[in-house]
Design a protein around this ligand. Structure first.
Ligand code: NOJ
Length: 556
């Protein structure tokens, strides 16, 4: 391995949704001091980097993705002193911290916006995107139109998300300077990078074209006029030149509606933009006419094709992949891609971990994934908190859908599946809080929790610890070329990773039915690095069996 290999290529990132991680003061909300108390847990797991979802002051319309002050900590989560201590203590343990940068939009309570809407002459007016008449058919991501009228200015402003999240006008150089200031503020504190929220949407097509009306929606899709807009690369290169390049950090951009080919210019090392992006191609595979809220299962052959395309493209352009099955916006990995029912949950969670962590890229573990936490099923819609879920429910009900159908969609895809509190132990509220949790705990916490899994050598948690450790053993994990095997097989996910000295083979059964699969002769005596069943690999892969083998290449 090249000695210069960037640290973030060798790292495993752990995503923390602070509100749901651990509550240190009994108010029902997770907080920064709660994360401090759990640093040893993360150290033991072996992760290198923590990504914190937004921790800044926010009215919480979209759980912190609506920021009213970028340089203050949200009081529910703690204080700046708590943050400084968290950063210091994490660094002492060798764990880096990256923050969420949300600068496509602010909160409507941000002083820039409260000023901006006072009148067209206000110096902040041009910080946002205003039109005298509605220019197109765009709908917002959370339902309803993407344009909102303001009486004071007699204009409409753009909001791709909730109306409380007005979009910033990146055409205005003052906005870009403000963002640079925010970046510097946090980087000077010593943080280790940023996850950039919907960063590929910051440059809008000045023609504001109509978007296609798809997925039973009432409005047009804004992506045609926003995804990878005309000036996005210029903006990112400017940000990189002025600020990011001056620090030893990592950056990962959230990139909805970005294909692997479109992602190459964002991540290719000679472009000096971002280190990697989160793509959505594998997340979209189970969409139906209702979009995300579908109950389909992903077809394995499609999944393999998408993952392979990203592996190949990033390898060829000298870019880098981010590897994830889940995050705070998605269903739980084991429920969506594996099998949450017994007796398959543990095996399938380990299988998913094996497949993902051995690909080329930086793996992201979403809190609770290392325990095999599952989706939740609250009986009543009133028990859900997420704006996207609640708006979807209301919208579909108004359109005449059956309650039961909508609830099934919620069970499959609500963002609250991922946001239920972390399951620490079998005590009340899974040990997350001594108060009333802001969102209910998944009732399966007595079975699935960190304390139990730490003591069980066969748990998902212990398996993830081994996966994380393994990645640090051979350079082939970082640099090896990926090659998909059996692309047409509807049950087996198998691939190799190869460098000059070593070859890895990952072979997994994605289904509960056994799958015939004999190892090629050269692999018969290979070393088993990790395996979610005991003993040797037979001619048939058992339900969700996953194994990784290593061999030295002949003559090397
Ligand atoms: C993507 C974030 O991950 C999601 O949680 C949020 O609602 C939107 N961006 C808007 O910021």
């Amino acid at each position: 391995m090249n000695n210069q290999t960037a640290w973030w290529k060798k790292s495993v990132v752990y995503q923390i949704y602070p509100k749901s991680f651990y509550d240190s003061d009994g108010d029902g909300f997770g907080d920064l001091n709660g994360i401090r108390e759990k640093l040893s847990y993360l150290e033991k797991l072996g992760v290198d980097v923590i990504w914190l979802n937004p921790i800044y002051e926010s009215p919480q319309v979209d759980n912190g993705y609506d920021i009213s002050n970028y340089k203050k900590i949200e009081p529910q989560l703690g204080t700046m002193e708590d943050f400084d201590m968290l950063l210091k203590e994490a660094h002492e343990k060798g764990i880096r911290i990256i923050l969420d940068l949300v600068v496509n939009h602010t909160s409507d309570k941000h002083p820039w916006f409260t000023e901006a809407k006072k009148g067209k002459e206000n110096p902040y007016h041009d910080y946002y995107i205003w039109k005298d008449t509605i220019p197109n058919n765009w709908g917002s991501s959370f339902g309803g139109p993407a344009w909102e009228y303001v009486e004071e200015t007699a204009q409409y402003y753009l909001h791709l998300f909730a109306k409380e999240q007005p979009d910033l006008n990146w055409e205005n150089p003052k906005v870009r300077k403000e963002v640079q200031e925010i970046l510097r503020f946090w980087l000077e504190k010593g943080i280790d990078g940023f996850r950039m929220d919907v960063i590929t949407l910051i440059s809008k097509d000045p023609a504001y074209p109509d978007g296609p009306v798809i997925q039973n929606k009432a409005y047009g899709s804004y992506y045609a006029g926003c995804a990878s807009g005309p000036r996005v690369h210029e903006y990112l290169q400017e940000m990189n030149r002025e600020v990011l390049s001056k620090y030893d950090i990592m950056t990962v951009g959230e990139a909805p509606h970005t294909s692997a080919d479109e992602a190459a210019p964002y991540t290719a090392s000679d472009r000096h933009e971002l280190n990697m992006v989160f793509h959505f191609d594998h997340m979209h595979l189970d969409y139906d006419e209702n979009g995300k809220y579908a109950k389909n299962r992903v077809k394995l052959t499609d999944l393999k094709e998408v993952m392979t395309k990203w592996q190949d493209t990033m390898h060829e352009c000298d870019g880098w992949n981010s590897l994830y099955w889940s995050n705070h916006d998605q269903a739980r990995a084991v429920s969506r891609f594996g099998n949450e029912s017994e007796p398959y949950r543990v095996k399938s969670a380990k299988m998913l971990g094996t497949i993902l962590h051995m690909m080329q890229g930086t793996p992201y573990i979403y809190e609770g994934e290392e325990l095999g936490m599952t989706n939740v099923r609250f009986d009543r819609i009133e028990d859900y908190r997420d704006i996207e879920t609640l708006n979807m429910y209301r919208g579909r009900l108004e359109a005449g859908a059956e309650k039961e159908d909508i609830m099934n969609a919620v069970y499959a895809k609500s963002r609250d599946n991922a946001r239920t509190p972390m399951q620490w132990n079998a005590q009340d509220n899974a040990g997350f809080t001594t108060g009333i949790p802001w969102l209910g705990v998944n009732p399966n916490y007595k079975e699935i929790n960190a304390e139990k899994e730490s003591k069980d050598p066969d748990s998902v948690y212990q398996f993830y610890r081994r996966l994380i450790r393994l990645r640090k053993t051979y350079p082939v994990f970082t640099d090896g070329k990926f090659e998909l095997l059996l692309p047409e097989d509807e049950q087996i996910f198998a691939y190799t990773r190869t460098d000059r000295e070593t070859e890895l083979l990952v072979c997994a059964n994605f289904m509960k039915e056994p799958a015939k699969c004999s190892l090629p002769a050269q692999w018969q005596d290979a070393e088993i690095l990790i395996h979610n069943y005991k003993g040797a690999v037979a001619d048939e892969l058992r339900p969700y069996e996953a194994v990784m083998l290593l061999r030295k290449r002949q003559g090397k």
